[in-house]
Design a protein around this ligand. Structure first.
Ligand code: B12
Ligand code: SF4
Length: 317
């Protein structure tokens, strides 16, 4: 079983790109410790707890020699939040519009792994993850040639853009590896300038405690007052730093039914979201990545966004 055969099988299973990185001590893996020490993880204590394992994939699978990285386009044909002038529209990050990627991509990775076990003449050890393991996925994606880590910290593929989910299989086989991706951000700083809460402190350095994605998805309890107005009408996640990226201007769109927007979250307004009862909200969150905030978290976010929309309206009148 060769690397080319693995990549061909990955394509058949619905992955848009697949590359292979060596399970080495990559330089970028070392940023994590300083990033945590500076408090940029905010309240995501799980990152600190698993820091030692995250430092190197071989701490997760000691026999790992290669990391097979997949990319899956989730972009669909809806406009960007930056194209919407209506402050009363609830903005939801596009990765969360369809089915939960943990389930969909997790199943595809397991299928790839099952095929590998059947195709390989020698037995091997492996672990598959999609945002589910203590692995710095973006670092391995860059070294697998999938894309470079942009100034907004997202992995950008020159053909696919950055609307891609990453997934990986750590594997003990000595597979032929790809060349790392080359940074093509150049002098562009649009993402840093566009971030509504100034969360990108320097190229590649994101302070999660300021990031709308963190505040609306990961943060528990009240959202700090000083950051509430910057959240605008974002009720789940944020895409601004990717929407302004020139590499996403012509990003391909997926026709995979898994990523098409669910009717409950497709261009919905804030008052409709607020008016739904708990049963309706729970039903709409089922099988969606949005279940992470739970109903209460979503209500908290919608309340902040409604206050922001009122302030915008009063400012205009
Ligand atoms: C924690 C986490 C978050 C946190 C922190 C984000 C972050 N930038 O770290 C929060 C909640 C804010 C978040 C938000 C989002 N996330 Co997230 N997240 C993760 C997770 C679980 C870990 C990331 C991590 O290790 N962070 C730690 C820091 C150190 O890493 P980093 O910022 O990526 O830093 C790298 C570079 O910036 C660089 N670097 C760091 N410091 C420095 C300093 C200098 C000087 C230099 C040159 C470079 C440099 O090296 C670092 C190597 O790790 C991964 C899954 C995984 N297991 O990897 C998904 C993941 C990164 N998230 C993902 C997504 C889709 C998102 C959102 C787009 C969701 C949304 N729309 O709301 C946003 C994007 C916001 C953004 N601009 O990053 C995808 C990204 C896919 C892609 N194309 O890159 C991932 C890979 C999940 C997946 N399997 O698809 N996320
Ligand atoms: S996701 Fe939004 S808040 Fe977070 S860094 Fe990007 S633009 Fe800023």
């Amino acid at each position: 079983m060769t690397s080319s055969e693995i990549k061909a099988r990955a394509r058949e299973l619905g992955f848009d790109a697949c590359g292979i990185a060596p399970a080495d001590d990559h330089a970028e893996l070392h940023f994590l410790r300083e990033w945590l020490d500076r408090g940029y993880a905010g309240g995501m204590a799980y990152l600190e707890r698993s820091a030692a394992r995250r430092a190197d994939a071989r701490n997760v699978l000691p026999s790992a020699r290669a990391v097979i990285v997949t990319a899956t386009v989730y972009n669909t044909n809806r406009p960007y939040s930056t194209e919407c002038a209506d402050a009363a529209r609830a903005q939801i990050a596009r990765y969360a519009w369809g089915d939960d990627y943990h389930d969909v991509i997790g199943a595809r990775l397991e299928a790839l792994l099952a095929w590998m076990h059947a195709a390989s003449p020698e037995p091997f050890e492996a672990r598959a993850y999609v945002d589910t393991g203590p692995v710095q996925e973006r670092v391995y994606a860059q070294h697998a040639g999938i894309g470079w880590i942009g100034k907004n910290t997202c992995v950008i593929n020159p053909q696919l853009g950055s609307w891609i989910f990453l997934g990986e299989i750590l594997c003990s086989l000595p597979l032929a590896v790809d060349a790392p991706a080359v940074d093509q951000c150049g002098t562009c700083t649009l993402c840093i300038e566009a971030c509504p809460t100034h969360a990108i402190l320097a190229p590649g350095v994101l302070d999660s405690a300021r990031c709308i994605s963190y505040l609306t998805i990961e943060h528990r309890g009240d959202i700090p007052e000083a950051l509430q107005s910057g959240i605008g009408s974002h009720v789940y996640g944020c895409d601004v730093c990717q929407e302004v990226c020139p590499w996403n201007a012509l990003a391909p769109q997926s026709v995979d039914p898994a990523w098409q927007p669910r009717p409950a979250w497709d261009r919905v307004d804030l008052t409709t979201s607020a008016g739904r009862d708990n049963d309706e909200l729970s039903a709409a969150l089922r099988g969606s990545a949005m279940r992470r905030t739970k109903v209460d978290g979503l209500r908290r976010n919608v309340a902040v966004a409604i206050t922001n929309a009122q302030t915008t309206r009063e400012g205009r009148s």
